[in-house]
Design a protein around this ligand. Structure first.
Ligand SMILES: Cc1ncc(COP(=O)(O)O)c(C=O)c1O
Length: 471
């Protein structure tokens, strides 16, 4: 029997886990009585302070927002999933909060988190186009939702404890999205912030893949990458002279799951200091302290010593980059000729690197694309790839049979992949309908779990599957 190949699983492969670095981090903490005392008590509500500081510094050096990032904007979480539930508990109430707007196709595992917080039947999909979320669709839907809304105040969550309730939640992954692989353009990001302010919405973004980026071209050096797309939370700080009120309209949900390992269960939230404080004083944190205090102290050691950065630069990014290219080449060789198409939208092209020529080197600027220049100062755009996933449109003759193809692949070919219908927004008939003509005709593939030869073998099995169906 051939080996199982799982191109569905969005997990980092165990061979990439930095276990020895974690062991060093753990030793640094547990061999120091001072650090141990801080790591093994109930943690502060907002989490292990040294980690809040080191995350703020690390994010500031990556996103380069003007004014840097202060640690009062950060609280430590036990991962993006758990924190999503926390935000809902603190800032929403079904009824007052009219709808949850999920970028569609959606990260399907988020649907039950919203449902657990009372939003069953209130989830609504917002389609994507080549630039990411369809902002005009969202505007029309928010307007309609407001017209329908009957209750004007929270029913149960009242008083000082719930000083802020949002009327809408908008949820998605703007950069290297799971599942679509798309990255939202800058103008869409800005429009989204303005829309959120207009409709009293909190935009929650799972910014969990942002740092995993490389040039889409195999032969272009990573040194030519520009500044990453600003997060929605970065834009909310500065756009049109900053947030509307002390709460702001955006929260970034960060995680070490994809860049260290999911089992560490450490993540962070970034938002306005007011929102961060209210989030971190959730009842369960007040009673139990930070939900991941000991591991947070180990992760801090990895950040503080630069070990995580080296791990990403030396191992994780080059490995994913190589796997990505192996997958793309195999798709080009075996699937495109069968009628598949890659549909990950337009590459993000707002920030750029301009080569000044001579000895001046590279500088950041803002025109039309990531560029790298020749010695004469000429520039050309480069596309940026990253994250974990690519999305393929199925050939026309089988495009409505994604679920069936996935079932046959599993039973006959020992191969798993995720198919479009899995990414429907739960309970939204519109999302199901749109899927039939859009994302439902696709499949999602992940390059993070298997090494190159198994990725290629998996793609070959998909080609074999299509040939089998057609025969
Ligand atoms: C978009 C998105 N959000 C959240 C998660 C899970 O994050 P965590 O492990 O921090 O709970 C994943 C993992 O697949 C994801 O793709």
């Amino acid at each position: 029997m051939s080996k199982n190949i799982n191109l569905q699983l969005g997990w980092p492969s165990p061979s990439l886990f930095p276990s020895s670095h974690l062991l060093d981090g753990a030793s640094n903490v547990l061999n120091s009585s001072k650090k141990t005392a801080a790591a093994l008590v109930y943690g502060p509500d907002a989490g292990y302070d040294p980690l809040r500081e080191s995350i703020a510094k690390w994010l500031g050096s990556f996103y380069l927002p003007s004014g840097g990032i202060s640690s009062e904007r950060i609280c430590v979480t036990n991962g993006a999933s758990a924190n999503l539930g926390n935000v809902l508990a603190r800032f929403t109430e079904p009824g007052y909060t009219r709808n949850i707007w999920m970028i569609e196709p959606c990260y399907f595992l988020a649907c039950p988190i919203f449902m657990d917080h009372g939003f069953q039947g209130l989830l609504k999909g917002v389609p994507e186009d080549e630039e990411g979320l369809d902002i005009e669709y969202l505007r029309r839907s928010l307007e309609a939702s407001e017209k329908e809304a009957s209750q004007q105040s929270p029913n149960i969550k009242t008083g000082d404890r719930y000083a802020k309730m949002y009327k809408h939640i908008i949820y998605g992954t703007p950069t290297f999205s799971n599942p679509s692989g798309k990255t939202m353009s800058l103008r869409r990001r800005e429009a989204l912030v303005r829309l959120a302010r207009e409709y009293d919405a909190l935009v929650i973004t799972d910014d969990v893949y942002d740092v995993l980026r490389w040039p889409a071209d195999e032969h272009t050096s990573s040194a030519h990458l520009g500044t990453p797309p600003p997060r929605i939370v970065d834009l909310d700080r500065t756009l049109d002279r900053g947030p509307k009120d002390e709460w702001g309209n955006a929260m970034s949900n960060g995680s070490f799951s994809k860049i260290i390992a999911p089992g560490v269960r450490v993540g962070w939230a970034e938002a306005s200091p007011a929102l961060t404080l209210a989030l971190s004083t959730l009842g369960s944190n007040r009673s139990g302290g930070c939900p991941t205090q000991l591991t947070a102290s180990f992760v801090h050691e990895l950040l503080e010593t630069g070990t995580l950065e080296n791990h990403l630069t030396d191992l994780i990014i080059p490995t994913y980059r190589t796997r990505y290219h192996a997958m793309m080449k195999a798709i080009g060789e075996y699937l495109i000729p069968l009628g598949f198409a890659i549909s990950v939208g337009r590459a993000y092209e707002e920030s750029l690197l301009t080569y000044k020529g001579g000895t001046n080197g590279y500088t950041n600027g803002h025109t039309n694309g990531y560029t790298n220049g020749d010695a004469n100062g000429h520039t050309k755009s480069i596309a940026v790839a990253g994250g974990y996933f690519t999305y393929l449109t199925l050939p026309d003759d089988v495009s409505s049979r994604g679920a069936e193809l996935a079932a046959i692949a599993l039973s006959n070919l020992h191969l798993r992949f995720a198919y479009g219908d899995m990414m429907q927004v739960n309970g939204d008939d519109g999302s199901i309908e749109r899927g039939k003509e859009g994302y439902g005709k696709g499949i999602r593939l992940c390059w993070a779990w298997h090494p190159e030869d198994e990725i290629v073998e998996g793609i070959q099995r998909i080609a074999g599957l299509i040939q089998l169906i057609r025969s």
